[in-house]
Ligand binder design. Structure first.
Ligand code: NDP
Ligand code: MG
Length: 379
């Protein structure tokens, strides 16, 4: 088990739960980081006594610096601050729980500093998965998935990657499972963020509703487990009890089950390879009676289809998909575009933006920027 961690995105849904798990296990938190929520950062800094508190927004950082002047916490800002939090010397593990591709550079910095990565921030692997995995292998840094499906796959594999045949990636289907495109036209942000099984941040909740989240997870799984797109099957499983499964070369299928609660995958990333007692509810299968599984309908979930197509194209296509989706989801949350237009934004970015097979850092960052500008300007 690690004894000190840094939490990027400590004020968010996964970040707050990571802090809670760390406190319960007696793990120290030496760095925290967020975008601008300095009220919570101040409270966390006073409670946890980290060496670094990073605030992306410069103005908010100035305010927090004043508020924390009576403490030993150094307040940093911008991308440099985020990178300093990711590489804080005493942290053995960095939980990457920021939302969006802003997590890419701090994740790479943490890998180069030989930290264990507890990876929640899937957008990083979507836009630059090959680069990140190669850098992790080169530096000998462990990447332990926190995303529940990928944590499940990681647990099922138990190091036997060479014997893996296929991955079964389960999906709840979100709040609009079975709705037609006509029916989802009038979906509001309030409706989209209400997930039936999980309580999460706004962006990932919308992604779960459009099923772009499963598309991002499809690409995330390709990189984490070195599998091709034909070896990953998405399965709709509305109860969210089977968190995912793997099929081995002899046909044996091993699944990981549990109640839908992020505390377990977060805790496992910190205690791996050990296990500790859980904090929450335990699974009682008879409470469920039956568990159901079905194929996704790609016509009704075009965002998932787009992501699978981008996964096959490779190169900078996933980075374009991801950045266009981030901007589109934020536009939808601000009421600037309709729910079904999220797909339109991503599709338009994928067909208009210069695409290259090169997935190096410069190419990825340029594709990310171009896709953001395209969606900001065209919609
Ligand atoms: P939230 O929206 O709840 O939190 C996002 C966090 O990121 C906040 O702390 C926010 O700070 C911070 N942040 C955003 N932008 C920046 C920035 N530019 N610099 C520094 N910090 C920033 O998100 P979630 O916790 O739901 O999700 C976080 C990540 O984990 C995502 O990648 C998501 O896909 C993944 N994930 C989440 C799951 C969940 O259950 N929630 C499950 C599996 C994966 P501030 O509060 O100041 O805005
Ligand atoms: Mg997930």
């Amino acid at each position: 088990m690690v004894n000190t961690i840094s939490v990027l995105g400590s004020t968010g849904s996964v970040g707050r739960q990571s802090v809670a798990v760390a406190q319960r296990l007696g793990i120290k938190v030496s760095a925290i980081a967020a975008y601008s929520n300095i009220d919570l950062l101040e409270e966390q800094a006073r409670r946890l006594g980290p060496r670094i508190a990073a605030v992306f927004s410069e103005d908010a950082a100035g305010e927090l610096r004043q508020r924390l002047s009576d403490t030993g916490t150094e307040v940093l800002s911008g991308m440099d601050g985020l990178i300093a939090a990711a590489t804080e010397e005493s942290a053995g593990c960095v939980i990457t729980a920021v939302s969006g591709s802003v997590g890419l550079q701090p994740t790479i910095a943490a890998i180069r500093a030989h930290k264990r990565i507890g990876l929640a921030n899937k957008e990083t692997l979507v836009c630059a998965g090959r680069l990140v995995m190669e850098e992790a292998a080169r530096c000998g840094a462990e990447i332990i998935p926190v995303d529940s499906e990928h944590s499940a796959i990681f647990q099922c594999l138990a190091g036997k990657r060479g014997e893996l045949r296929s991955v079964m990636l389960t999906a709840s289907g979100g709040p609009f499972l079975g709705w037609t495109r006509e029916q989802t036209r009038a979906v509001t942000p309030e409706m989209a963020v209400r997930h039936p099984n999980w309580s999460m941040g706004a962006k990932i909740s919308v992604d779960s509703a459009t099923m772009m989240n499963k598309g991002l997870e499809f690409i995330e799984a390709m990189h984490l487990f070195a599998v091709g797109p034909d070896d990953i099957r998405v399965v709709i499983h509305p109860e969210s009890v089977v968190h995912s499964a793997v099929e081995f070369i002899d046909g044996a299928v091993i699944a990981q089950l549990g109640v839908p609660d992020m505390a377990l995958p977060i805790q496992y990333a910190l205690t791996y390879p050990e296990r500790r007692a859980p904090s929450g509810r335990r699974l009682k299968l008879s409470d469920y009676g039956s568990l159901t599984f079905r194929e996704p309908d790609l016509e009704q979930t075009p965002c998932l289809a787009l992501a699978m197509e981008a996964a096959r194209r490779g190169g900078t296509a996933p980075a374009i998909l991801n950045a266009a989706n981030e901007v589109a989801v934020h536009k939808f949350l601000r009421g600037e575009i309709g729910y079904n237009e999220i797909y339109g934004c991503v599709d338009s970015a994928l067909s208009s933006i210069y695409y290259t097979d090169d997935a190096g850092l410069e190419a990825v960052l340029a594709a990310d920027r171009a896709a953001r500008i395209h969606v900001e300007e065209a919609f």
